[in-house]
Design a protein around this ligand. Structure first.
Ligand code: 3Y8
Ligand code: NAP
Length: 252
């Protein structure tokens, strides 16, 4: 058995820790989006595979038998490629994915399908907006230059930010409700834009917006074709054990 763990989320890090306690041969894969990703207790590879073909070639050349897609619900490109490459190479595939956040009584959420609709959802009057969706989708908000944006990035921005009024905070995450409330108060935030990432870490800002009674534009997840999906590390380990025990009995 040889496992390719497509990582980049807190679930992936928890799964890596569980795998490191076993004798399972596993490789942890990052895209290389950030300058200094968290080290993992497994062999690591960093960078794209070169599309579906590159991933299929990697699977064959590295003797991968099981793929675990523990990427982010918005990492749709990687997830779609994993599904296609797993089919092409008849490799076992499972996804480890957390539930989306659900609106609670009293929440003022504007549900939108994508970034373009999120831009449309912003209020007519100039507002201080916490744009907590990372770096990759920021440029489009230049269509609404009247707002003042608070941006949160993992790394210092590499390029000029085409938003006339903005502040940037640099933080990797492990966010907490109190510190996100403090951040929003300090910046006079009147509106939050978020992807429906799910999970506790990214969720601090949602709980903070709830406590501050702020409107939230919630971007829905992209659709990903059906594949075996679980929500816990334990379910992934049980899925692996089925084949690992089988291999052990066969002495492979
Ligand atoms: C490179 C690996 C762990 C993983 C930690 C989780 C939690 C902190 C919350 C906000 C939202 C955002 C962003 C976010 C969170 C965790 C998790 C999560 C959101 C790292 C990481 C990589 C990335 C890539 C990065 C994206 C960006 C998105 C920032 C490491 C820290 C906004 C997603 O500069 C860039 O190009 C950044 C790109 C994809 C989304 C975007 O479009 O900009 N994540 N994030 C992974 C790789 O190279 O394969 O550097 O250590 C991982 C984590 N980010 O092990 O504990 O599990 O969700 N990541 C979002 O949710 O909207 C921050 O600020 O409130
Ligand atoms: P994406 O748009 O779905 O994927 C774009 C390309 O990046 C993929 O086709 C692949 O390149 C490469 N890639 C993505 N994840 C990879 C991985 N784990 N290992 C190797 N290559 C990978 O990806 P994304 O949304 O930019 O996310 C990139 C990374 O950040 C992922 O690890 C994801 O888990 C993490 N992350 C993303 C978000 C988010 O909001 N999108 C949030 C938190 C963490 P090739 O085609 O060349 O193979």
């Amino acid at each position: 058995m040889r496992v390719l763990l497509l990582g980049g989320t807190s679930e992936a890090s928890r799964l890596a820790a569980a795998l490191a306690k076993t004798r399972i041969d596993a490789i942890f894969s990052y895209a290389g989006r950030t300058n200094d990703p968290i080290a993992q207790p497994l062999a690591m590879r960093i960078g794209g595979f070169g599309g579906v073909e590159g991933l299929a070639t990697y699977i064959a050349s590295e003797g991968i038998t099981h793929i675990i897609d523990a990427t982010h619900p918005f990492a749709a490109g990687m997830s779609r490629n994993a599904i296609t490459a797993a089919t092409m190479t008849t490799t076992h595939l499972i996804a480890l994915e957390r539930k989306p956040w659900m609106q609670q009584a009293g929440d003022d959420w504007r549900h939108v399908a994508d970034v373009e609709a999120a831009i449309e959802s912003l209020p007519p009057q100039p507002t201080r907006v916490f744009l907590a969706i990372g770096r990759q989708n920021i440029a489009a908000f230049a269509a609404r230059p009247e707002h003042h944006y608070l941006l949160r990035f993992v790394d210092e921005p590499r390029d000029l930010i085409a938003l006339p009024h903005h502040d940037v905070v640099i933080a990797r995450g492990g966010f907490k409700i109190d510190s996100d409330m403090e951040l929003m108060r300090a910046h006079g935030i009147g509106w939050v834009v978020s992807k429906n990432a799910g999970g506790a870490t990214a969720g601090a800002k949602i709980a903070a917006a709830r406590a501050l009674h702020l409107p939230v534009t919630m971007i829905a997840r992209p659709t990903i074709p059906q594949r075996t999906t679980v929500e816990t590390v334990e379910e992934v380990m049980a899925w692996l054990a089925l084949d690992h025990d089988h291999d052990a009995r066969l002495g492979v």
